[in-house]
Design a protein around this ligand. Sequence first.
Ligand code: IPE
Ligand code: IPE
Ligand code: MG
Length: 227
Amino acid sequence: MSNLARHVAIIMDGNGRWAQERGLKRVKGHERGAETVRSITTFASNHPEVEVLTLYAFSTENWKRPKMEVDFLMRLLNRYLKNETETYIRHQIRFETIGDLSRFSPALQKQIASMKERTRDFKRLTQVLALNYGSQDEISRAAARLCNEGREICVRTLEEELESAKFGPVDILIRTGGDQRLSNFLLWQSAYAELFFTHTLWPDFTPEELESIIGEFKRRTRRFGGI
Ligand code: IPE
Ligand code: IPE
Ligand code: MG
């Protein structure tokens, strides 16, 4: 039986370079990147196998960027959630997040909570946005909670505590933008993920390219340590 592409996770990289190549400000690349989020999410919702699409939108390290860029990304996220509500409803997409939201403004937190609430019963696709997410942060916070509760720390209990673990192991992990690193994304869930690196910058990434990656994934042999 061929591999099932149940959980696809994407490190959406290359927005800034996409804009700079065109003599535009970096933030223009983020705006175009948001359009790619919509097209890829819609495609995934119509794909017969993909149940979960996790997208790395803002890392725990991205706060290091100039305040102006960080502020723009926060406003863009707010606007995206407002404008795209209809898309989620039309395509029956459940919206979820991973990451520590407490650092976001109360207005943005409210917008995120309302989107989750409005889409909670949809089953065609779960789209998980990784927001202020970092695996090291997530794993260490989970371990600290177990420790505080005097519970054992093992694979099973850690998986119960990791907020990202409820979406299951990653089957396909894609990074756009040409770099070949994980940048602190889903380290636990990607233990046996098939990795794909493409030079395509995120604003140029298309459903056709995702389709072709899924095709290559189906031809790979996954052994999970067996023979
Ligand atoms: C990814 O694109 C989006 C975020 C990290 C928010 P970048 O902004 O990292 O784009 P490059 O890598 O600088 O081109
Ligand atoms: C990874 O991209 C984070 C997101 C796509 C949100 P970065 O651009 O932040 O990663 P590095 O700094 O090149 O590793
Ligand atoms: Mg980058």
